[in-house]
Design a protein. Sequence first.
Length: 268
Amino acid sequence: MQLDFEFILVVLTALAGLIWLFDALFLAPRRRAAARAAEKARARKPIAEPTIVEYARSFFPVLLIVLVLRSFVAEPFRIPSESMLPTLQVGDFILVSKYSYDVRLPVLQTRVVDTGSPERGDVAVFRYPVDPSINYIKRIVGLPGDTVAYYNEQLFINGDPAPMTEVGPYEIPGGQPVEAGMVEFRERLNDLEHAIVVRPDGRALEGEFVVPDGHYFAIGDNRNYSNDSRRWGYVPEDHLVGRARMIWMHWNWSDGGVDWSRIGNTIR
């Protein structure tokens, strides 16, 4: 069973806060009274604060700040696969805006503030509908009510093809090709232009899909090698985690070094 870090963080924060509160209301007054009595009796031995209370008092503010930032402001994620090439590479560490798609309570995922919905072209993190304990990152291409189709390496939205401009053969920076025959294109969704890679002679998942209300259609920028809505269906609105904003770190696993050129890049 995979442990939910958010659940653990909530439990630890609540536990530390309750211990600190219980001490402040009940134990601390007794210690102060005992200290005053000891002072009158000229006892020199101090009344020590329990170790568990000391730890709770020290860690509670830190845990609370981390919980608030992670739940309502931004959360870090690591990119583990090539499904979003060339936009995101394996080894990218990204920041995801948690307030972009409504503010929700941690663990319960209950909406408390309506802050907006995904727009077509957003790179979004969401809980995998097949297994919500896993986070996925894809590009939102279909909004509720849209008809999305994918045929012959071409994306269609409500019957209109998404404009594509060929860039050329795709290689990961450093000159190593992902796979022979991969071609990079610039694709436009509304006013947003972004990079995708396709393999013209490959076999991509194809079909036509009508996005139901309260759901979104998500697809990887690496169109031939992405497990996305073409295979498992739609992303429910309450599964959305946030919008990917920037790359704050990149670790090159092949040579064990940092790729400084990717740090700070905005995700489009």
